[in-house]
Design a protein around this ligand. Structure first.
Ligand code: FDA
Length: 383
């Protein structure tokens, strides 16, 4: 073995694929029972509908290198992502656009009129002087839209009153003064034609790559554990950086999600892939309906049943004894201080390369994880 990759998400698999292609013998270990990290998907056993087990994953990028690279492993459908939100029993398009504004104010404003209205309503606070998230939100989009679409949704995401959240949690709240409600604005978007897992498996399908599942890097009973490989072989580590150093600088904070999947006996539950719930009266933040990600599979998917998944957000328990999945970095000032300390430790760790969302404690979209792995490969590992 020339390289050990810890973690089979997009970061780890991109490194493994590049290294194998360059003639290195690579072993990839993952503590889960499947490869692919959080992008993993599988057919629901009852209906055959592809379900994204760790939350909905939509691929999008404006990076030509990444787009060329990912197309080596999968073709993409022409799916275009759109999101709606329910507020007080009415459905609105997101992100906030001219359609949302005119529907909300029962008006027919032109783009200029709508922009003037929002500017007037936003004048209540200067977003740069905001003392908390609420003041910043109002300073960006005005009180009526903030209270309808941001306040309660944010409170549910953070289990915290937005008046007690730091203003930095939001830097901008995009408002589009057009009826364009495409969720992403990237050059390319789509979903892998035969699913995420087929794509991820193709990345690992090389004679130089050996994948071992249910193998935890910190389990001494597993032969490729941290102590056993130290100094013997280069390691690309994509697990949590605080875990690697036994939480010596303290645990980093994460938000996690709880998912509640259900097979519903109707052809179509909500008419769209993702419906947000903006109000506190509804405890979940959104419902995914997976059928709608693949309209081109209509002839293969059942017409009398559908799979929905309710998503709930909360703070993760962190530290050694937790089973909570870390999803979004909380990034408090204390977290940032700890991260700096971990970065110093990581830089001094011989022959270990920290990457991916857990290894660097940052939210990365899939295309960003892949771009970052391609860059690590070419600048630090290829030579
Ligand atoms: P990832 O978490 O995928 O992989 C890390 C792997 O390391 C895991 O498989 C884990 O089991 C393994 N591991 C950890 N510790 C280990 C240990 N001790 N021993 C062995 N293995 C270990 N992006 C996007 O582009 N579009 C989208 O729509 C979404 N949607 C989305 C929804 C939600 C809810 C989240 C949280 C994230 C997204 N993403 C996304 C982001 C996407 O999930 C992310 O880009 C990739 O997971 C990043 O891949 P990584 O390889 O960095 O981590």
């Amino acid at each position: 073995m020339d390289l050990l990759v810890v973690g089979s998400g997009f970061f780890g698999l991109t490194i493994a694929e590049r290294a194998a292609h360059a003639g290195r013998r690579v072993t990839v270990i993952d503590r889960r029972s499947h490869l692919g990290g959080n992008a993993y998907s599988e057919p629901d056993p009852e209906t055959g509908i592809e379900v994204h087990r760790y939350g909905a994953h939509l691929f999008h990028t404006s990076n030509p290198q990444v787009w060329e690279y990912v197309n080596r492993f999968t073709a993409f459908t022409d799916y275009v992502h759109r999101v709606y939100t329910t507020h007080r029993g009415v459905v609105y398009p997101l992100p906030i656009s001219l359609g949302t504004i005119n529907q909300f104010f029962s008006a027919a404003h032109s783009p200029g009129e709508a922009a003037a209205l929002i500017a007037e309503q936003a004048a209540e606070f200067d977003p740069k002087q905001a003392r908390n998230l609420e003041e910043r939100g109002i300073g960006l989009i005005g009180r009526p839209l903030y209270e309808a679409f941001i306040r309660d949704y944010t409170a549910k995401q953070w289990q915290t009153d937005p008046r007690e959240l730091p203003a930095e949690v939001i830097s901008r709240l995009p408002v589009r003064y057009s009826y364009d409600n495409r969720y992403f604005t990237d050059t390319w978007e789509g979903l892998p034609v035969d699913g995420y897992t087929a794509w991820l498996e193709r990345m690992a399908d090389h004679p130089n790559i050996d994948v071992r599942l249910k193998a935890d890097f910190f389990d001494d009973a597993q032969p490729l554990n941290k102590a056993a490989v130290a100094g013997r072989v280069p390691v690309v580590y994509t697990g949590p950086v605080d875990r690697y150093f036994d939480y010596s600088e303290g645990a980093l904070g994460w938000r996690t999600l709880d998912f509640e999947a259900e097979v519903v006996e109707v052809a179509d539950f909500q008419g769209t892939a993702v419906m947000n719930y903006a109000d506190l009266a509804v405890p979940y933040t959104r419902i995914h309906e997976f059928k709608h990600f693949h309209p081109e599979r209509a002839d293969r998917y059942p017409t009398d049943r559908t799979v929905i998944m309710r998503e709930y957000s909360r703070f993760a328990d962190t530290g050694p004894a937790t089973d909570d999945e870390p999803y979004y970095p909380v990034n408090t000032p204390v977290d940032r201080e700890r991260l700096l300390a971990y970065r110093k430790l990581a830089a001094a760790e011989p022959n270990v390369y920290f990457g991916g969302r857990l290894g660097t404690y940052q939210y990365l979209d899939m295309h960003m994880a892949i771009a970052s792995a391609l860059s690590m490969w070419s600048t630090r590992l290829a030579a």
